[in-house]
Design a binder for this molecule. Structure first.
Ligand code: IMP
Length: 198
């Protein structure tokens, strides 16, 4: 496992909110952050068949184009009875307007009367060096799809996802509580423990 020894990191996203969230999480370990949008880097199409492929393609392209160590993430909801859908298409199920009320209804309609409503959120992080080396970390949180939607916190599919061991959805959960158990929290913990510390 290669350790990150520098003090500058490029966050390979054009989403300003995501760049801020990631830099906040890594603030104790990195002194200077750049984002792909502020360096006017090309935004690649997410053509991968898996979360890891998408995270790697985004991190590698950013590292190659900028000459800086680059971090990318890819995440989504996988429903077991739907063979992992919406999966890498999680954002796209919301359509052009990214309407997650439509996406959540699609998930529930696709499940119909199926008994197995188990699902998980996953987050894959890829950190790429300009020489092409990449390390990958994945965090998952298991749960079930509930209907009707409940809660108005969070984003995306949060109102229909209930994590294992809880009787409230992610959208009914205090954000700080969600951040303790989420797929994203787990992936960042692994990145920090394995790559950024020591
Ligand atoms: P991306 O990782 O930016 O490509 O977006 C992945 C998509 O997965 C988001 O648009 C959401 O629809 C969904 N997603 C990822 N993480 C979460 C989460 O924590 N809650 C709800 N939806 C999520």
């Amino acid at each position: 496992m290669r350790k990150f020894k520098g003090d500058e990191l490029l966050i390979a996203t054009h989403n300003k909110g995501k760049a801020r969230e990631i830099s906040d999480l890594l603030l104790p370990y990195i002194s200077k952050f750049y984002s792909a949008s502020e360096l006017n880097l090309e935004e690649p199409e997410e053509t991968g068949a898996t979360f890891a492929e998408n995270a790697v393609l985004k991190a590698k392209l950013a590292a190659k184009d900028s000459g800086k160590v680059s971090l990318a993430d890819d995440s989504g909801l996988c429903v077991n009875a739907l063979n992992g859908d919406p999966g890498v298409y999680s954002a796209r199920w919301g359509g052009k307007n990214k309407d997650f009320n439509i996406a959540m209804k699609k998930v529930n309609d696709a499940l119909g009367g199926v008994k197995d409503r188990s699902a998980y959120f996953t987050c894959v992080l890829a950190i790429a060096w300009p020489d092409g080396h990449v390390e990958i970390f994945e965090g998952r949180v298991n749960g079930t799809i509930v209907w009707p939607m409940r809660g108005n916190m969070g984003f995306g599919y949060d109102p229909i996802f209930q994590a294992k061991g809880y009787d409230i959805t992610f959208a009914q959960m205090n954000p700080s509580e969600k951040h303790k158990i989420s797929h994203r929290a787990k992936a960042f913990d692994l990145l920090v423990k394995n790559c950024l510390k020591g």
